[in-house]
Design a binder for this molecule. Structure first.
Ligand code: B16
Ligand code: MG
Length: 214
């Protein structure tokens, strides 16, 4: 029986994954690294610094730590600029209704995002009050695929892992959910997320009725 549902943010509740992609692409172009949607799959769900390391590896580039810090900050400034222009209606359709219905059915809801900008995004969308618990990139040591973020969210909701369901759009996020001993709905395609227990194209396609049957 599912007692708690844990949502990832970028790419599950709102299309900020696209803003991460265009900011990284802009940086990759400056570095002369070929970076497409395909390579971007590896960046989803992982930390800012890990993402930069992946891009530098693609270009076989080695840089001193201070320069890496500077580039990561630059990417983040672009990302923040993009999200500040975001409108509250960029939240995916049906998401607020799904969360409201879950809570009306006594199912707790948490947010578990690797992003250090998660709170800003929630404020911009005006949806902070939809969650019983919030865990973001400022509260964890190990990034997805490590299960830490989901285990912390479950602890905050007082729910055992086996009774938690995670919604994720990233390969690293699905692996983190599985490593936490939770069930996982992959938001995307079977090709992108082969390890997810269930697949939907859009978050709101997985209904409360289905969740209650698990
Ligand atoms: P930031 P999620 C993740 O958020 C993104 O998927 C990933 O692309 C990003 O690098 C990471 O947050 C860190 O974000 O640079 O804002 O701290 O999908 O776990 O909600
Ligand atoms: Mg995501």
């Amino acid at each position: 029986m599912i007692q708690a549902v844990i949502f990832d943010l970028d790419g599950v509740l709102v299309d900020t994954a696209h803003y991460h992609f265009i900011a990284w692409k802009r940086l990759a172009e400056e570095l002369g690294v070929n970076f497409t949607e395909k390579e971007n799959e590896k960046l989803k769900g992982v930390s800012r610094m890990k993402s930069l390391e992946i891009i530098l590896e693609l270009g076989k580039i080695k840089l001193p730590d201070a320069e890496m810090e500077r580039l990561a900050t630059k990417k983040n400034e672009w990302f923040v600029e993009y999200i500040n222009a975001m409108k509250p209606n960029e939240i995916f359709p049906g998401v607020k209704e799904l969360i409201t219905e879950l809570r009306a059915n006594g199912i707790k809801v948490a947010l578990a995002s690797s992003s250090k900008n998660a709170e800003t995004v929630l404020n911009l969308l005006g949806i902070k009050q939809y969650f019983d618990a919030i865990v973001d990139g400022t509260m964890i040591v190990h990034t997805k695929p490590d299960p830490e973020i989901f285990l912390l969210a479950a602890r905050k909701l007082n729910a055992p892992s086996r009774n938690c369901l995670v919604f994720e759009d990233a390969e690293a996020g699905v692996e983190a959910a599985l490593a936490a001993g939770m069930r996982c709905v992959g938001v995307g395609t079977k090709e992108q997320l082969p390890k997810a227990h269930f697949i939907v194209e859009k978050t709101s396609q997985f209904t409360v009725t289905e969740i209650k049957k698990l």
